[in-house]
Design a protein around this ligand. Sequence first.
Ligand code: 13P
Length: 259
Amino acid sequence: MPRRPMMAANWKMNKTVREAQDYTAALLPRAADAEEVDVVVFAPFTCLHEVARMAGDSAVVAGAQNFYYEDSGAYTGEISAPMLLDVGVGAVIVGHSERREIFGEDDEMVARKTKRAVEADLLPVVCVGETKEERDAGGMWEKVSGQVRRVIDELEDAGGESVVFAYEPIWAIGTGDTATPEDAQDAIGKIRDLLRETRGDDFAESVRILYGGSVKPENAAEIMAQKDIDGALVGGASLEVESFVELIEAAQNAVAPPE
Ligand code: 13P
């Protein structure tokens, strides 16, 4: 089975409920046209209920940008997997570099969250990636492989369809400085090789791996054309529905070119 491409919007800390409603209303019919693409909108907690309600049984999945691995209790400010499921959320970003760098999430926390998401049937999109200094010092793979290994160790016998990775080099996020398609393919191909070595062919071939970092309509087709890249996790260019739709179309065209 070929892997289904995924195009994911990460709104980060943006949009009111009203803005989310307008966006979702415009997105739904356009996303339905892209039959070969899984479309996910990672909205802020305050908008999630509404995005999930409007998306209903459509092809669009509402996703959260974070959660905590305990189910309930004295964890002021946190949101759990059952709470997300309760409002119709189907996916969650785990270990985004902004959470790692600004909020101090470490590999241990990321691994525990990933494990809990898989158990709860929430699709985790696990972010990995190196800083500019690490890349310049030749340490890209040491950093990224360590992050991936820590998550894989925790997943035990979970199938490859139950987790998605996103390679997001930190220096490419929000900077306009996209990794070249070759650099993105190089890192993502290495991640797939590592999955193959640790968990075997079937697992490695079924895990979707996205690229993230200054993806926009102008560079999406080239990125989607890379053999191991199964989609994108998009910040800035996902905030306007029209540019996000162009990205969805680029993903659709990569697997089903228009006649
Ligand atoms: P940009 O697309 O704004 O570079 O953000 C990427 C990102 O962090 C997605 O999670």
